[in-house]
Design a protein around this ligand. Structure first.
Ligand code: KG4
Ligand code: ZN
Length: 367
């Protein structure tokens, strides 16, 4: 039987991506052009540069996605695109492109919520996964506990009050001199450290047991680092015959590898990660119990974190739950996940018209 083939486009942040997905679960191609090297020069994503790069890359990426799938545009059943949330200039490139293709090739157009895409990456990696389940969505821009009631039907159970988990990883990585994007680098460094070396705070939000806050943790790590930098500056000044030399402006000097208390940069990374993973896992499993679901999924860039994956598996299984997560390439931004989410919207005839616009602050469940 002929399947349903969707050409999906994702350009909400710093990856230009296109994919061909069959029946929402089978990836025929998944092309990702990353701008990471470009933005690394600036320590983070520069929106203006990102949208210009998307314009350059989007046509070659789509052509490659169709070629790798060995299919033509005329064989597609629909064109899908992320229309929010994200950087407005970046989103606009994908949305304009998808509308142009849909119009020229007479294909239905499907607008996809970026978070719905991240959740749906789990459908690709776990072909037998079906709602209802609870999903922890953790990325550079989002930290949400989402109840997936049905395909396309979501209820937000918990959210962050300040930084997203990935954002906290990126900021800490920058402070300890690991560069951008920080998540994978902190993950790797933490493997050499002691997660219990430093007891960093876990914030609890009154009357919101499934919400998160990472700003206190971030400040605690930065305070620890600043004190250590000051101590090493004082020590350096003293070795120069006790005459203070002034040193660099505060915070600009390199992070020492070993601190005055004998702990290392790896211990700091591991202890920060432990604080993040602890709250993410504890609150997600508590929410799953409260919702009465037996399946927990993780999604988003931070879902590729090795400590988060193993802890969620361990605690979830100890509570009799099935824990799933996508393979790493489907955790960070990609278009295959958009093609999966779009399939279920297509089945429900949830198609857009040519007035579809980029919505940078799009809420989940909003159309
Ligand atoms: O989903 P994503 O590609 O983009 C957004 O929608 O934000 O997520 C990117 C985020 C970045 O903050 C990156 O540092 C983080 O995911 N990340 C990780 C890991 N891999 C990527 N964080 C922790 N551990 C990782 N292994
Ligand atoms: Zn994302």
């Amino acid at each position: 039987m002929k399947g349903t083939y969707i050409l999906a486009i994702e350009s909400s942040c710093d990856e230009t991506a296109a994919a061909v997905v069959k029946n929402g679960r089978e990836v025929l191609s998944n092309v990702i052009s990353s701008q990471i090297a470009l933005h690394t020069l600036y320590g983070g994503v520069v929106p203006e540069i990102a949208s210009r790069k998307h314009i350059e890359k989007i046509n070659p990426v789509i052509t490659e996605a169709l070629a790798k799938a060995k299919m033509s545009l005329s064989e597609m059943d629909a064109i899908a695109v992320t229309y929010g949330p994200g950087l407005v200039g970046s989103l606009l490139v994908g949305v304009a492109e998808a509308k142009a293709i849909a119009y020229a090739a007479h294909k239905p157009l499907i607008g996809v919520h970026h978070i719905e895409g991240h959740v749906s990456a789990n459908y690709i990696s776990h072909p037998n996964l079906e709602p209802p389940f609870l999903c922890l969505v953790v990325s550079g821009g989002h930290t949400h506990i989402v109840m997936v009631e049905d395909y396309g039907t979501y209820r937000i159970i918990g959210r962050t009050h300040d930084d997203a988990a990935g954002e906290a990883y990126d900021k800490i990585a920058r402070a300890i001199g690991l560069g951008y994007p920080g998540g994978p680098k902190v993950d790797a460094l933490a493997k050499q450290g002691d997660p219990n070396a430093i007891a960093f705070p876990r914030a609890h939000i009154e009357d919101a047991p499934y919400d998160f806050s990472f700003s206190g943790l971030k400040s605690a790590v930065l305070n620890y680092l600043n004190i250590e930098k000051m101590k090493s500056r004082d020590a350096a000044a003293l070795t120069r015959h006790g005459v203070p030399t002034g040193g660099d402006a505060e915070g600009t000097e390199a992070c020492p590898d070993t601190f005055s208390d004998g702990l290392t940069k790896a211990d700091l990374a591991a202890s920060f990660q432990e604080a993040v993973v602890d709250v993410l896992v504890t609150r997600t499993i508590a929410a799953a119990k409260a919702q009465g679901v037996s399946t927990v999924a993780i999604a988003g860039g931070v879902a590729s974190n090795s400590a988060l994956r193993s802890r969620m598996l361990e605690v979830g299984e100890a509570n009799g739950m099935r824990v799933v997560y996508p393979e790493p390439i489907l955790c960070t931004d990609n278009a295959a996940m958009i093609g999966s989410a779009a399939y279920y919207e297509f089945l429900r005839s949830n198609v857009a018209d040519l007035t579809l616009n980029a919505v940078p602050g799009l809420k989940l469940g909003e159309r």
